[in-house]
Design a protein around this ligand. Structure first.
Ligand code: FES
Ligand code: FES
Length: 164
């Protein structure tokens, strides 16, 4: 019989408990146990970035982490960034600038982009392309993804200036 354990996770500001095998991949825990279906499963081999979440302030591909490794850490998924009533500036910009086609890569793209803009608040096109290199869009809509991230950066920076 396979042994299962209890794990306490902090997801999008809430503490939740799950029962899982320690080797269960975090992406499956999120999607199948917690019904957090924003992060997608693409390759399961750390190549595509569809499963990207933020863990303790860093972008992480959740298909590369076991649930046991995520215990006690702060996990943020696309659901934790904003919702239909209050979109995150990146969600708004992807919508405005057609930064998505089928949308499969979008939750991972946006979640990664939040960290990129924290690391580099006013990135050049080259810095965006480099910073987003771990996220693949099978629809190849990269031009508008870059445009969306630039627009969101401008929006976030303007809001910061207005608040000073
Ligand atoms: S599903 Fe995790 S990187 Fe592709
Ligand atoms: S919008 Fe289809 S994979 Fe990126």
């Amino acid at each position: 019989m396979t042994q299962k354990n209890q794990y306490k996770l902090n997801v999008n500001g809430q503490t939740v408990e799950v029962t899982a095998e320690s080797r269960e991949l975090l992406i499956y825990t999120l999607r199948e146990k917690l019904n957090i279906t924003g992060p997608h499963i693409g390759c399961e081999t750390s190549h595509c970035g569809a499963c990207t979440v933020t863990i303790d302030g860093k972008s992480v591909k959740s298909c590369t982490m076991f649930v046991a490794q995520a215990e006690g850490k702060e996990i943020t998924t696309i659901e934790g960034l904003g919702g239909p009533d209050a979109l995150h500036p990146l969600q708004e910009a992807f919508k405005e600038h057609h930064g998505l086609q089928c949308g499969y890569c979008t939750p991972g793209m946006i979640t990664r982009a939040t960290k990129l803009l924290e690391e580099i608040p006013n990135p050049t096109e080259e810095e965006i392309r480099f910073g987003m290199a771990g996220n693949i869009c099978r629809c190849t809509g990269y031009q508008n993804i870059v445009k969306s991230i630039k627009a969101a950066a401008a929006e976030i920076n303007a809001a910061k200036e207005a608040a000073q």
